[in-house]
Design a protein around this ligand. Structure first.
Ligand SMILES: *[C@@H]1O[C@H](CO)[C@@H](O)[C@H](O)[C@H]1NC(C)=O
Ligand SMILES: *[C@@H]1O[C@H](CO)[C@@H](O)[C@H](O)[C@H]1NC(C)=O
Length: 185
């Protein structure tokens, strides 16, 4: 009982740490952010995800702007069932660089913050944790599948400063033939 209480308090402290001082990229420019990205880094501390860490591949995503200022994100994931594409619809908020989306998988609204990007090379994107239901993810997106070491080190430093344990920070290898050549690429 007592250990359960301690665990809950620790989880709450982590939630608060992760939420602390997360600001979007200054002067965020959605138009420049659109287009093709590869998810070349991921920090994800969910215990349920641990068995999949070694199998993770660098997914490709395409961000499309909608006339109303919202965004469609299509991601291709290499899964044991093959290459699967998924559509996420991000809704803009009053803060540029911050979006919300409704997760059908978890049946709840989540929020997305573009923490840091230089548009032409990399972007660091935070998906917020919801207490007791899901864990925060911090992702590094690159315009190409290979990304410079100093960018990866910067991503690792941000992840550690956000309270992610070192072993939860991954830099997966490129996905092979996902999306299948000819579609999307
Ligand atoms: C965005 O996604 C919605 C829902 O699937 C789709 O109807 C719409 O055509 C998409 N828009 C663009 C520009 O891709
Ligand atoms: C931003 O991207 C360009 C490549 O387009 C790169 O030369 C530059 O070093 C990047 N800046 C930072 C701070 O990483």
């Amino acid at each position: 009982m007592r250990t359960a209480v301690v665990a809950v308090v620790m989880v709450m402290l982590c939630v608060m740490m992760v939420h602390a001082d997360v600001k979007p990229q200054r002067d965020f420019n959605l138009q420049r952010f659109a287009g093709k990205w590869y998810r070349v880094g991921l920090a994800y501390d969910s215990p349920g995800f641990v068995p999949y860490r070694d199998k993770l591949k660098a997914s490709m995503g395409i961000i499309t702007l909608l006339p109303n200022g919202n965004v469609n994100l299509t991601m291709w994931d290499a899964t044991p069932m093959g290459c699967q594409s998924k559509l996420y619809q991000y809704e803009k908020t009053s803060v540029p660089g911050q979006f919300t989306y409704f997760s059908t998988r978890h049946n709840m609204v989540k929020d997305i913050t573009v923490v840091d990007t230089n548009y032409t090379e990399y972007a660091v994107v935070l998906k917020h944790k919801v207490f007791n239901r899901e864990y925060t993810q911090l992702a590094l997106y690159g315009r190409s599948q290979r990304i410079r070491n100093d960018v990866i080190n910067k991503f690792k430093a941000i992840a550690l400063s956000q309270g992610f344990p070192r072993e939860s920070i991954l830099t997966p290898p490129p996905a092979e033939n996902c999306p299948p050549s000819g579609s999307g690429r």
